[in-house]
Design a protein around this ligand. Structure first.
Ligand code: UDP
Length: 486
């Protein structure tokens, strides 16, 4: 039998590639599981910057015909794009400015197709759920981060009441329902200054999550974060006056490509020539930058470890870790200016340094990769899990330290370097050498590898035909289809 494509789903994303990839990969998965019986439109606010265009274009160009992206005209953003303003604030304020345009676009889509049954909005734009209500359709949050972070968000107003000082000064570990206890300093950046606008906006967002009645789709899976999921679910079953919305773990949703063939070739060819499991892959994500002193220490640490390495996305030094998140201005052609003198020559044969974008998913899937030094962006973490690659957790900003705590202390699939707090808060080369060796050659590394392979199996199972996440997506899909018009 053939089914006509009728049911329409609207997605709302934000101007950050990692978020766009995640929600669009979810859309692809929905289509794959349901024989293309959905039409999906993704509305994407943009900023007036050419954020990583070259690298990300192939991804958008290859979307299936049932997925349609609408890039909204860019909002005025210049006043936010200066050194004092954090990435989170920039995103939050700029998407708020785009909301009238999102609303108008949704309304015309709704009128034109007459068959939009649900809105799924990125976690940074929970305001979009109000538009769902206006149109009388279902509305969900798409949470492209861990269930642990979601549990923290849902619990944030309680924490705000219970703790009176800055979280990082709190004498005890912070308790998040269903999660490992963590140091206050490992909570997301948004909560690190409680008198800031950022913290206020964070609490407001979390408040909206709690009232997302139709539910929250989270890019994690039951087997990865069972306790956290259960803690939220228990609360969802009505717990006095503060009941949580239903959560739907639908992951791991990871990038399936394709990536830019030009940028990828060199490093994949190089990897082909290396022995199995021998290379440490180093990447700080689509925008992470290090200061000059840290670049020196990392370079020397890599060199002294004598292990093979592939260091990609190297950017010019900056004291602000998220300095290049919205622009590829940090990408340079000649890393020689800021790498230690003679480093490139001395490490010929040992390592490859690339300033450009890497085909990360192909790299992580390559048999030569032995470990991943990662900034712990949630997509990178999931990609590492999906490919069974042990990690060295090197968080920089946003919620990356919380992810680092989860993978290190909770899941025990990563090592995490100590930061030398006596000087400039850098990780010194001796520490880097020690950790690379423990990960690549020691017993600790072996145990981490074993656990990572276990997680990889669970991840595979979650997305198989009868897997936990597949069943969850199918449940949602059936509900949505039942509302669509034949
Ligand atoms: N990525 C990539 N090539 C690069 C750097 C990043 O393909 O050189 C992809 C990576 O595979 C992941 C995403 O970009 O899917 C980065 O998302 P993540 O959540 O890890 O971090 P963010 O970039 O948001 O800090």
């Amino acid at each position: 039998t053939t089914t006509t494509t009728t049911t329409h789903i609207a997605l709302v994303s934000i101007p950050a590639f990692s978020h766009q990839v995640s929600i669009l990969e979810f859309a692809k998965r929905l289509l794959n599981l349901h024989n293309n019986t959905f039409n999906i439109t993704c509305i994407i606010p943009t900023l007036n910057s050419s954020y990583n265009n070259i690298a990300t274009k192939p991804f958008f160009d290859s979307l299936p015909p049932n997925i349609h992206c609408i890039f909204l005209p860019s909002v005025y953003f210049e006043d936010l794009n200066n050194n004092g303003v954090s990435v989170e604030i920039q995103i939050q304020l700029s998407v708020s400015r785009a909301m009238p345009s999102v609303r108008e676009t949704l309304r015309s889509l709704f009128d034109a197709t007459n068959n939009v049954v649900a809105i799924v909005a990125d976690a940074m734009v929970p305001e979009a759920l109000d538009f769902g209500k206006e149109l009388g359709i279902l509305s969900y949050i798409y949470f492209p981060c861990s269930t642990m972070l979601l549990s923290l968000c849902l619990h944030s107003s309680n924490l705000d009441e219970q703790v009176s000082c800055e979280y990082r000064d709190h004498p005890n570990l912070i308790e998040i329902p269903g999660c490992i206890s963590i140091y206050g300093r490992d909570l997301p950046n948004s909560v690190q200054n409680r008198s800031s606008l950022e913290y206020k906006l964070f609490l407001q967002r979390c408040q909206r999550y709690r009232s997302a009645h139709d539910g929250i789709l989270v890019n994690s899976f039951m087997e990865l974060e069972e306790e956290a999921t259960k803690a939220i679910t228990q609360h969802a079953k009505g717990n006095g006056n503060c009941s949580y919305p239903p959560v739907y773990p639908i992951g791991p949703i990871t990038q399936t490509g394709p990536s830019d063939p030009k940028s990828g070739c060199e490093c994949l060819l190089w990897l082909d020539k290396q022995p199995p499991n021998s290379v440490l892959y180093v990447s700080f994500g689509s925008g992470g930058t290090l200061c000059q002193e840290q670049i020196n220490e990392l370079a020397l640490g890599l060199e002294l470890s004598r292990h093979k390495f592939l260091w990609v996305n190297l950017r010019a030094p900056n004291d602000r870790a998220s300095a290049t998140y919205f622009s590829d201005g940090g990408l340079v052609d000649d890393p020689l200016h800021f790498l230690p003198l003679g480093f490139i020559e001395r490490t010929k044969g040992q390592g490859l340094v690339m300033c450009g974008w890497a085909p990360q998913v192909e790299v992580l899937g390559h048999k030569s990769i032995g470990a991943f030094l990662t900034h712990c962006g949630w997509n990178s973490v999931l990609e590492s899990v999906v490919h069974g690659v042990p990690m060295m957790a090197w968080p920089l900003f946003a919620e990356q330290r919380t992810n680092a705590a989860l993978v290190t202390d909770g899941l025990k699939v990563a090592v995490r370097p100590n930061v030398d707090t006596s000087g400039n808060s850098v990780v010194v080369k001796e520490e880097i050498v020690k950790l690379i060796k423990s990960l690549m050659e020691g017993l600790v590394g072996e145990e981490i590898r074993r656990r990572m392979k276990e997680l990889q199996k669970f991840a595979e199972c979650a997305v198989m035909k009868d897997g936990s996440s597949t069943r969850t997506i199918c449940k949602l899909a059936h509900k949505w289809k039942s509302l669509g018009r034949p």
